[in-house]
Design a protein around this ligand. Structure first.
Ligand SMILES: C[S@@+](CC[C@H](N)C(=O)[O-])C[C@H]1O[C@@H](n2cnc3c(N)ncnc32)[C@H](O)[C@@H]1O
Length: 142
C-alpha cells in the first residue's frame, strides 16, 4: 500500500481511488454498470481442497462482476494454478452475458506475482471476458 501511494504521488495522479479493505464489501456497495474494467490478477490460490470455497473467483463473484461492468466492459483474470484456471473458465462460461477467451491484450500490466510464478516455472493463464450489451427494455415492459 505504501509503495502504491508513493507511485501515485511521484506520478502526480489525481484519478486514483484506493480501497484498503476487503474488496467484497466494495463490490456489494457499488451501483450496477459503473466499471469499465476489472482486473483480478493472481487471486490467492487456496491450494488445499478444504479451503477451495475461499477462492475469490467463483460463479457468484463473476455474476456480481457482470452486474458492475458497463456494456462492453472487461473482466481480466490471471492465475498460475491449473485447477483455479479451470474454475475461472467455468465461472466465465456460466454467464451468457460474457464473451471470453484466453487472451492477453497488450495493455495488460505484468505483476510481481506473475514474475514470481514464472521464476518458479509456473506458466500463468490469462482470461479476458467482455460484457455483452444489455437488452434495451421499453418503459413499462418486463
Ligand atoms: C497472490 S497475491 C497477488 C497480488 C498481485 N495481484 C500480483 O499479481 O502481484 C493476492 C492478493 O490478493 C489480496 N486479497 C485476497 N483477498 C482479498 C479481498 N477479499 N479483498 C482485497 N484483497 C484481497 C491479498 O492481500 C494479496 O495481496
Amino acid at each position: 500500500m505504501a509503495g502504491l501511494l508513493d507511485l501515485v504521488e511521484r506520478h502526480g495522479l489525481a484519478n486514483v481511488r484506493i480501497f484498503d479493505a476487503d474488496v467484497r464489501v466494495l463490490l456489494e456497495a457499488l451501483p450496477p454498470a459503473c466499471l469499465e474494467r476489472i482486473f483480478v490478477l493472481f487471486p490467492d490460490p487456496w491450494p488445499k481442497a478444504r479451503h477451495r470455497k475461499r477462492r475469490f473467483i467463483n460463479q457468484a463473484s463473476v455474476a456480481r462482476i457482470c452486474d458492475l461492468l458497463v456494456d462492453a466492459g472487461e473482466l481480466r483474470l490471471a492465475t498460475d494454478i491449473e485447477d483455479y484456471a479451470l474454475d475461472m473458465e467455468q465461472a466465465l462460461e456460466s454467464r451468457e452475458e460474457l464473451q471470453w477467451s484466453h487472451h492477453r491484450p497488450s495493455d495488460w500490466p505484468p505483476t510481481r506475482y506473475e514474475t514470481k510464478a514464472r521464476a518458479a516455472g509456473r506458466e500463468p493463464v490469462f482470461l479476458a471476458g467482455v460484457r455483452r450489451r444489455r437488452a434495451i427494455t421499453a418503459p413499462g415492459s418486463r
